[in-house]
Design a protein around this ligand. Structure first.
Ligand code: PLP
Length: 339
């Protein structure tokens, strides 16, 4: 039985559900892991995560398909990426197979919180990991928790995706050999000032240029950027952006479902006026169209405009969401059935 929730009016916020998943790492190994109804965390005031931000996370969704199955999308890539994030912050890896099993287990334990097909809502899954023991001299923690919380969320953009106005950020996001490619809380903490400022100035998002030269496009605070130019689907190649699973999936869809030519390459700010469509992509919204990019007060109007998604962006969006919802046949291994 689904919970008595007005799924259609859900926002993108946190709500406690029945169970979370937790596994503890002590004495150099992970315990067997368990479900818990305790949605709080207790730890040392001097914990590594509190003092030195030793934490990484992931984000994926479970949802109900057209045929009534509860599924999730490519969790193996989240497991792999979380392992890479953990390694970069000197944290133990939660085994990838166990990550996938834990995702399934926690979704099954909260099945009443999975929104129905057609509601536009989904169950957001947030795996995360952090150092828990006291660390005062700077070094990696010895003890960790791996947890997964789930919470039902509405569509990221209520009332459909209105094209966004974004600015080339005044700040830098990631250093060339820094941590831009991992999903770490620290990347978000340092983006907060920039996004609050951008919002005050009337922009929806910051598009960060590369920190070294500030001549190339990287990504926004929490989404990769994609462009359309004729028959080409163009995305950013950079070692300091987060390898978005949505973007990598869209590259496949563009080539194999829509017959587009896919280019993953460096994109210069000077080229921006040449693109016909633009969008931001990530798990939360899949694709949010971009209508305007402002660089130092100079407006670049994307030809697809401020009213709706560009036609090719729309096709990409419809195809990927169709695959996710079971309306279009998925490539092998993309959809994991939970129950
Ligand atoms: C999570 C995230 C994305 C989107 O990745 P998906 O796997 O598509 O959800 C993009 N950029 C940053 C910085 C992120 O943290």
């Amino acid at each position: 039985m689904a919970k008595n929730i007005d799924w259609g009016s859900l926002g993108f916020g946190y709500m406690e559900t029945d169970k979370s998943y937790v596994s503890l790492y002590t004495d150099g190994k992970w315990d067997s892991g368990t479900l818990t109804a305790d949605h709080t965390v207790t730890m040392s005031e001097c914990a590594g995560v509190l003092q030195y931000a030793q934490t990484v996370f992931e984000g994926l969704k479970a949802y109900t398909t057209e045929s009534g199955k509860i599924v999730t999308f490519r969790p193996d890539l989240n497991a792999e990426r979380m392992a890479q994030s953990a390694e970069r912050l000197e944290m133990p890896v939660f085994p990838e197979e166990r990550f996938i099993e834990a995702v399934k287990e926690v979704v099954r334990a909260n099945v009443e919180w999975v929104p129905p097909y057609g509601s536009g809502a989904s169950l957001y899954i947030r795996p995360y990991m952090f150092g828990t023991n006291a660390v005062i001299g700077v070094k990696p923690a010895d003890d960790y928790q791996f947890r997964i919380l789930v919470t039902p969320v509405g569509p990221y953009f209520k009332g459909g995706a209105k094209p966004l106005t974004i600015k080339i950020a005044d700040f830098d996001r990631a250093a060339p050999r820094g941590t831009g490619h991992i999903k770490a809380g620290l990347n978000y903490a340092m983006s907060l000032h920039a996004i609050v400022q951008a919002h005050k100035q009337g922009y929806d998002e910051n598009l960060y240029p590369d920190s070294a030269t500030r001549t190339k496009v990287e990504e926004t605070g929490g989404a990769n950027i994609i462009f359309i130019k004729g028959n080409k689907f163009v995305t950013v190649k950079s070692s300091s952006i987060l390898p978005s699973i949505t973007r990598r999936s869209l590259e496949y869809v563009a080539e194999h479902y829509l017959g587009l030519e896919v280019e993953e390459r460096e994109i210069y700010l000077d080229e921006l006026p040449e693109f016909e469509e633009a969008g931001l992509c990530g798990t939360a919204a899949v694709i949010s169209p971009v209508g305007k990019i402002v660089n130092n007060g100079k407006e670049i109007l994307i030809p697809s405009g401020m009213k709706e998604m560009g036609p090719t962006t729309k096709k990409l969006y419809d195809t990927l969401t169709g695959i996710q919802m079971g309306r279009i046949e998925a490539p092998e291994g993309w959809i994991y059935e939970i129950c």
